[in-house]
Design a protein around this ligand. Structure first.
Ligand SMILES: Nc1ncnc2c1ncn2[C@@H]1O[C@H](COP(=O)(O)OP(=O)(O)OP(=O)(O)O)[C@@H](O)[C@H]1O
Ligand SMILES: O=P(O)(O)OC[C@@]1(O)O[C@H](CO)[C@@H](O)[C@@H]1O
Length: 303
């Protein structure tokens, strides 16, 4: 079973506003509410691609119930911990002349809730895969990622981590199976600006030297680079298309890579699946389906 953890799930309120101006009333031209949070997006795309997963994490209030309900409608299993105080957040994703995001705070998670998550993780076995992604709400210690990695280490399960900066750096010593920073996050870690696929390769290799087994760097419209544990460097430009909503493109890439890897055991095929899955999500309001990914794969060879 693939388990995803979302520490701070959300309802993503995706809106379009013509020429947004602060300080006045703006009206939406388009609006959609989607279940969100990085692990949840991974679970949705895995379901769309025909892979079972169980979404773990913390939920609260009516927004939490709605997220859970919507996620289950995609066929994903859920085993969320229901937190008593506060509400699961609503994250606003506004498309206008620029893209603006306002992400909420989330509920008040107590030590006993964290303990419940640890108890769930104690039941995982060697055959399971764990995806940990997204930010840590302020009510959780910033050592959450490390604590989880330490706890599951002896089980030898494959762990995928999609987190930024310090959260990511601190888990490398536990040798995660896959990490997926984007080029800006990779650049921030090493205090450099990385704009081309060739530029990211040496820095991706550094993260591998620091412990990650496979390093997948997403680069939005520039494509992606994979430095794999069999010393291969695989890279590709992105499929061509019109971006409609890039929220969740990175999560879709993680899901596509995992699905491809489980189906073929081949890193090149997993990479292409991840790449096309990311783009398929970027080219629509919602997240990629299997059919979208197959269609985009065909266009990639024509590019
Ligand atoms: N403008 C685009 N054109 C084509 N493909 C794109 C575009 N933006 C994203 N993608 C696809 O999605 C993948 C992941 O995108 P990106 O690098 O933006 O991830 P991310 O920064 O983790 O995104 P997010 O945090 O919004 O999920 C890219 O590698 C690419 O395959
Ligand atoms: O605060 P986090 O967890 O880092 O990011 C949350 C979030 O912006 O990421 C997802 C896209 O990747 C969205 O569905 C969600 O709103």
């Amino acid at each position: 079973m693939i388990y995803t953890i979302t520490f701070n799930p959300s309802l993503d309120y995706v809106i379009q506003v013509d020429h947004f101006k602060p300080g006045i009333i703006n009206k939406t031209k388009f609006e959609e509410i989607l279940p969100g949070g990085k692990g949840i997006n991974v679970s949705i795309v895995l379901s769309n691609l025909g892979h079972e997963s169980t979404a773990l994490g913390f939920m609260a209030g009516f927004t939490g119930e709605e997220i859970e309900h919507r996620l289950e409608s995609y066929g994903a299993k859920t085993d969320f911990i229901h937190v008593k105080k506060g509400l699961s957040r609503i994250n606003v994703k506004m498309k206008s002349d620029e893209e603006t995001e306002i992400n909420g705070m989330g509920p008040d998670i107590q030590p006993e809730d964290i303990q419940e998550l640890f108890n769930q993780l104690d039941d995982l076995t060697e055959k399971d895969i764990l995806v940990i992604s997204g930010s840590i709400p302020s009510t959780l210690p910033d050592t959450m990622y490390e604590q989880i990695m330490e706890r599951v280490q002896k089980k030898k399960i494959k762990v995928v981590v999609d987190a930024t900066n310090n959260l990511l750096l601190k888990v490398l010593k536990y040798k995660p199976f896959l990490i997926k920073p984007n080029n800006h996050e990779l650049g921030e870690i090493f205090n450099v600006e990385l704009n081309t696929r060739d530029e990211v390769i040496p820095y991706a290799k550094k993260l591998q030297e620091m412990g990650a087994q496979n390093v997948l760097i997403s680069m939005a419209g520039q494509g992606a680079v994979l430095v794999s544990d069999n010393n291969e460097v695989i890279q590709s430009k992105a499929p061509k298309g019109e971006v409609v909503n890039s929220v969740g493109a990175g999560d879709s890439m993680v899901a596509g890579f995992l699905a491809g890897y489980l189906e073929t055991n081949d890193y090149s095929k997993a990479f292409i699946n991840g790449l096309c899955c990311g783009s398929a999500s970027a080219f629509q309001v919602g997240l990629a389906t299997k059919e979208d990914v197959e269609n985009i794969k065909k266009t990639l060879s024509e590019n």
